[in-house]
Design a protein around this ligand. Structure first.
Ligand code: ZN
Length: 193
């Protein structure tokens, strides 16, 4: 048993040294976790979960088109997971890319500042500021709570779908176009005044 533990610890250290485990993820070790069908969602404690799922603005037509019936009595975290599942199915439909065994991760940090620190830690600074990004190697969507909107989350989910659908990935430019298309098609319609 001791020997097994040593091997596992050594393996973990090796991965850490080789950069296989993102160091920037340290802050999510104590994060809250909820799981839906398509995503495990981690959010830093103190993040307003109700605010997150309100930002997704999932409407009755989303529910209808995905064949989902809104459940009652769900905890805010469960509701968030369900809304993300609905958006995932909508993105797959819009892109006409069906994925049946997908499971990704979404990590929600506090603000853009933290998000950009995570990006710089993972990929090195390129001087740009981001509201969200998708880590292809680990299939993780990173987004800050202050930018957790339908448009942004839809865009990043599209990147995850595209990267899993193609055996040979299309160019970054084409992926960006497709993600932009999904975002545009699923954009929230402002309420009439
Ligand atoms: Zn993009």
């Amino acid at each position: 048993m001791k020997k097994y533990f040593k091997i596992v610890s050594f393996g973990f250290l090796l991965l850490l040294c080789c950069g296989m485990i993102p160091r920037a993820d340290d802050k999510f070790m104590t994060a809250q976790k909820i799981s839906g069908r398509y995503f495990n969602v981690f959010y830093e404690s103190g993040v307003d979960v109700r605010g997150l799922f309100k930002g997704l603005d999932v409407n009755p037509s989303d529910m209808l088109l995905t064949g989902k019936i809104k459940e009652t009595g769900l905890l805010p975290g469960e509701e968030l997971a369900e809304m993300l599942d609905v958006l995932f199915v909508r993105v797959c439909e819009i892109l006409d890319m069906r994925l049946y065994s997908f499971k990704g991760t979404i990590k929600v940090c506090y603000n853009s500042e933290e998000l950009n620190m995570i990006y710089d830690d993972l990929f090195g600074s390129d001087g740009k500021t981001r509201k969200s990004f998708y880590n292809y190697d680990f299939n993780i969507i990173y987004v800050s709570a202050e930018n957790f909107s339908r448009d942004i989350v839809t865009h990043e989910i599209a990147h995850a779908v595209i990267s899993h659908y193609f055996v040979i990935s299309p160019s970054a430019k084409v992926q960006e176009l497709l993600a932009g298309y999904a975002e545009y098609q699923l954009r929230s319609i402002p309420e009439e005044k």
